[in-house]
Design a protein around this ligand. Structure first.
Ligand code: FE
Ligand code: FE
Ligand code: ZN
Length: 278
């Protein structure tokens, strides 16, 4: 069974997201823990969180993949921005405890000309500060396209961060197909090789979720622009193969394609059809 969903709006609260997911044939989803382009977070209603937990259990959802705001930069050059990232992630992790057992994904950060090594140092430092042995959330580092000074374009950079984190049993990776394609990994023609390289460098057991996106750009463009599944340079068949790969097929797949809900429902339906046809 393919576990698939998309990004959902938090406007109506947690239970509403669960119901929306069911209405579009999803059995996982992603949501922003706070305003993706700001930092504001709504107070959590424990009853609303409990209502969502009931839906997730009754309908056998795969783990949810919450997403940190884009504005959070763990390796900013300004200490006050790193402090802000610290405050946001600490608070996000406390909020995630209302939905225990799920995933929290973040963009490792942009080193803003301090160099990759300094970036990696600050990212690991933040994780070591905010993680706790008691947390019930696995934190995911997202693979990036390498736009600007983004850290996490190569599997080696991701591995270097993990190596510096003490509680690394609570740390995993979210593979974004558009990002790694734009980053130079050919998931269309050489999926097996890409996954073998991931396994050699990071360890395939670290892989906990996939962001399933087509790309508007050619391989290795270092750009990061998502396309609808089948409307980009990776293509529907290659992305369907990603969902069916023996090393990936049990993971939650999150669509971050430019769609409204009806468009997402359609993508989910087409990908489910291709999956069961195997
Ligand atoms: Fe992301
Ligand atoms: Fe992504
Ligand atoms: Zn992206």
């Amino acid at each position: 069974m393919l576990h698939i969903g998309c990004h959902l709006s938090t406007t109506g609260g947690f239970e509403a997201m669960g119901k929306t997911a069911l209405s579009i044939g999803a059995d996982t989803f992603a949501f922003f823990t706070r305003n993706p382009r700001g930092m504001k977070a709504k107070p959590i209603d424990p009853d609303d969180a409990a209502a969502l937990r009931t839906i997730l259990e009754e309908h056998h959802f795969a783990p949810l993949v919450a997403h940190a705001p884009y504005t959070m930069n763990a390796c900013a050059a300004k200490p006050e921005l790193r402090e802000l990232a610290h405050t946001m992630m600490k608070d996000d992790l406390a909020r995630m405890e209302y939905l225990p057992g799920n995933l929290y994904n973040f963009h490792p950060g942009s080193h803003v000309k301090q160099g990759v090594e300094t970036g990696i140092f600050f990212i690991a430092e933040l994780l070591n500060d905010v993680m706790s042995p008691d947390q019930h959330t696995t934190i995911l580092l997202e693979t990036m396209a390498g736009k600007g000074t983004e850290v996490g374009r190569t599997f080696e950079e991701i591995r270097a961060i993990i190596d510096k984190v003490e509680l690394s049993d609570k740390l995993g990776v979210c593979l974004d197909t558009c990002h790694i394609w734009d980053g130079g990994y050919d998931v269309a023609a050489h999926l097996d090789d890409v996954l073998a390289e991931f396994d050699r460098t990071i360890g395939i057991d670290r892989l906990k979720a996939v962001h399933l996106n087509d790309s508007l750009n050619p391989l290795a463009a270092h750009k990061d622009r998502h396309a609808k599944i089948g409307a980009g340079t990776i293509g529907f068949d290659a992305l369907a193969r990603v969902t069916q790969h023996p090393k990936l097929r049990d993971l939650p797949f999150i669509l971050e394609t430019p769609n409204d809900l009806a468009g997402y429902a359609d993508e989910i339906k087409r990908l489910r059809a291709a999956f069961s046809a195997e």
